[in-house]
Ligand binder design. Structure first.
Ligand code: AMP
Length: 559
């Protein structure tokens, strides 16, 4: 048992799964995982009441993978999801957690893509099928035996499936599976229709719900910001520009995320460090001491690593990744507002996590108001205010100590005091952008933040995709200074946003912040790149290949 996966090992998961968890850097099971994993491992049917953000995917994926026999080349587990986006996401999660299980194959079955390859993958022995109900029924019509070997069934977001009108399809699917299977149902809400399904198709299910006691939060000013998952770093950097903090603790979910964000902050000149379960006790103490005495101003931590951390200087808590439940939220933000001081808590919310925000508001009995990402003018104002604050106290006695030197320097150089003061400012501010135009140029753009945020790729409120819906979506407004480019590589080529990002970063010589939104669609992808120097960049990427195929990135015009 490794130290990091201790919490998971105690739940009875097999060693391959534990190894994969160590690799992804999960330190501890989330509450829904701690409760659901032993039940699913025991073979009992289960109803789990949980929404996105609680870690529910791993809550069913881990025990099911633990039970699957990779040597048997036949479908053993079926996961039903309401939309293509969720199906793909769940399939990716299964792939991640089964990295150490050679011979384990996962197939995603959804509308809008040709049926042939899906069926072929099933016939070639994929043990896990992740499907949207409509398309799965289409497969059943062609081959009624497809589901005859299923031993584990999961209905993910069952309430959403019913809302999307999949009830009849679900009945067809239930009938096509062996009655001896184990069934697990996850749903954020349990309306009558869901209870009826459970009554009819589950056997003596155990009901799991993460109880939420009302929690009180006082003396802490709370706010949330809507942001896309891949824009979080840029959003954090921009928020920090305008937040007046003394010390700040940022919470993320994985060890890797602590390292990545702390490094990004350090690169921008913040005194920041990471705190995670891999960091030795003495080093951990050093980090906390440094935060206390001001050698560090920012610590980016996982929940586990921040346990017991009590530093009165902390004025801000930033929930960079959503906490798993309201209790953990309350616990996190309680790091500030200590000893009668007021504190500020910021929560980054991706479009998919809106519901989790509502749960937090309900449990804490408080509204967590929305803030918008500061614009270039606000960033500039904040920078000038900081400069003013740092210089103002010096003015009183600097003239007495350095006034004569000023006279001599202006005489020697032959310039006005204004010119000299300007030169000194330039030196003191170290090339920092301090005009509106410069700030606009430098600021990493964070498209789509704010309440009018366009939908995230993975957001749920899509129509069911059974009829192979076209890939039409509302056009996303393009941020200033950005150009949209298109490649013919898409999800059907096995491409994910991170593959495109990696290739463009490596071969284009860009930094992460240069690249805006990446949208991977079924048969193509769109990438936002800086307008400035675009032709040169496209030239550099001329021969780039992703996943073995030519990227062929071209400027894209919507109209
Ligand atoms: P879900 O609620 O299943 O959509 O999961 C939300 C996010 O939490 C996903 O990005 C997971 O990778 C992450 N996650 C799930 N379980 C854990 C865990 N025990 N530790 C850290 N991250 C986790």
């Amino acid at each position: 048992m490794t130290q990091e996966t201790g919490g998971f090992a105690a739940l009875g998961l097999n060693s391959n799964i534990l190894a994969a968890l160590t690799a992804v850097g999960y330190e501890e099971p989330s509450p829904i995982q701690a409760q659901a994993i032993p039940v699913i491992l025991s073979g009992q049917d289960m109803i789990g009441q949980a929404q996105t953000g609680t870690g529910k995917t791993a809550a069913f994926a881990l025990p099911i993978l633990s039970k699957i026999d990779p040597a048997k080349k036949e479908p053993q587990a079926l996961i039903l999801a309401p939309t293509r986006e969720l199906a793909l996401q769940v399939a990716t999660a299964f792939e991640t957690y089964s990295k150490q299980m050679p011979g384990l194959n996962v197939v995603a079955v959804y509308g809008g893509a040709p049926m042939g390859p899906q069926l072929k993958a099933i016939r070639q022995g994929a043990q896990v099928i992740v499907a949207t109900p409509g398309r799965l029924v289409d497969h059943l019509r062609r081959d009624e035996k497809v589901l005859s070997t299923i031993q584990y069934l999961v209905l993910d977001e069952a309430d959403e499936m019913l809302k999307l009108g999949f009830m009849d399809d679900l009945e067809v699917i239930f009938e096509a599976m062996p009655a001896s299977r184990q069934s697990v149902l996850f749903s954020a809400t349990l309306p009558h229709s869901i209870r009826a399904i459970a009554e009819k198709h589950l056997r003596d299910p155990q009901h799991i719900k993460i109880a939420s006691k009302t929690q009180t939060v006082t003396a802490i000013e709370q706010a949330h910001l809507m942001v896309h998952a891949d824009q979080k770093h840029a959003a954090v950097l921009r928020l920090l520009e305008v937040e007046e903090f003394d010390a700040l603790i940022g919470f993320v979910r994985t060890k890797q995320a602590t390292l990545d964000l702390a490094a990004a902050l350090e690169a921008k000149g913040y005194k920041a460090a990471a705190l995670n379960g891999d960091i030795a006790q003495n080093q951990r103490e050093r980090v906390i001491e440094s935060l206390k005495d001001g050698r560090l101003d920012i610590v980016i931590a996982t929940d586990v690593a921040a346990r017991g951390l009590d530093v009165p200087r902390i004025t801000h808590v930033m929930n960079v990744d959503m906490p798993y439940d309201p209790e953990s939220y309350v616990h996190r933000i309680g790091r500030t507002g200590r000893a009668g001081r007021t504190g500020r808590a910021l929560l980054l919310v991706t479009p998919r996590e809106r519901r989790m925000l509502q749960v937090i508001e309900r449990v804490t009995g408080q509204k967590v108001g929305e803030v918008k990402l500061p614009d270039a003018q606000q960033v500039l104002d904040a920078r000038i205010k900081k400069l003013t604050n740092s210089l103002a106290p010096l003015v009183a006695d600097a003239e007495a100590s350095h006034g004569d030197l000023l006279d001599r320097l202006t005489a020697d150089i032959g310039c006005s005091p204004r010119a000299l003061a300007a030169a000194l400012l330039r030196k003191a501010t170290n090339g920092q952008a301090l005009t509106l135009a410069e700030v606009q140029r430098d600021q990493p753009l964070v498209p789509g933040s704010g309440s009018s945020a366009p939908r995230e790729r993975s957001e749920r409120s899509e129509r069911p995709d059974r009829e192979g819906s076209r890939e039409r979506r509302a056009p996303v407004p393009l941020a200033e200074g950005r150009a949209r480019c298109r490649t013919a590589l898409g999800a059907r080529d096995g491409i994910a946003a991170k593959n495109l990002l990696g290739a463009i970063l490596n071969e284009g010589g860009l930094t992460r912040e240069d690249i805006g939104r990446i949208q991977v669609r079924e048969s193509f992808s769109l990438v936002e790149l800086p307008e400035e120097g675009l032709d040169r960049l496209l030239g550099k990427l001329k021969d780039t290949r992703v996943g073995g195929k030519p990227l062929k990135l071209r400027r894209y015009r919507e109209d």
